[in-house]
Write a protein that binds this ligand. Structure first.
Ligand SMILES: [Zn+2]
Length: 183
């Protein structure tokens, strides 16, 4: 089976408030590299003409646009982080720059949310491809890889089947505009 692989780099800020690590509880940032491996939902032989699974540009266009415009330089916060209320009160015009996660925005959790979003984009574009694996490198030496169904790995509070940002094929990175949180 063919696998299409795409890599993208982005910068982000976050903090982790549930793990008990004082070092991680202070807002800080990382330069991350996300690598995705796509495969055909219905694998077939090359057609003898164009001989491609899918044009690279089409396969990665929406994904990379979302990474570049929405995820890059976003602040990642848990939906329980009190900083969300601070932004809502003091700088509400910046809420769309905050990626809100179900629990702390760890590398593991983000791998699942990003993979789910990519699968949502691919489904909206005809469903010919799906993401088979995602790799998220937080530093040159630390990273997380995930394969399987990210919806099975997200925490239960993420609400299976409900309308969360990773299930919407738009540029959103939180549900604050939809009125499900914050305010
Ligand atoms: Zn960190």
């Amino acid at each position: 089976m063919f696998h299409l692989t795409f890599r993208r780099r982005f910068a982000m800020g976050h903090r982790l408030i549930a793990s008990g690590s004082e070092r991680c509880a202070v807002p800080h940032g990382h330069n991350e590299i996300v690598t995705v491996r796509l495969q055909a939902v219905r694998p077939a032989r090359l057609d003898g003409g164009a001989n491609m699974v899918e044009p690279f540009e089409r396969a990665k266009a929406t994904w990379h646009r979302w990474i570049d415009t929405a995820v890059d330089h976003a602040l990642q916060l848990s939906e329980t982080d009190p900083l969300l209320a601070w932004f809502a009160a003091q700088e509400p015009h910046r809420l769309d720059r905050i990626l809100v996660s179900p629990g702390d925005p760890t590398t593991e959790l983000l791998a699942c949310c990003l993979m789910a979003k990519l699968n949502t984009f691919l489904a909206a574009d005809g469903g010919r491809l799906r993401c088979a694996e995602i790799r998220l490198e937080e530093t040159p030496t630390n990273g997380v890889a995930f394969d399987g169904d990210p919806l099975d790995a997200l925490p239960a509070q993420a609400g299976a089947g409900t309308d969360r940002w990773w299930l919407r094929p738009d540029m959103s990175i939180n549900d604050l505009q939809a009125g499900t949180a914050g305010g």
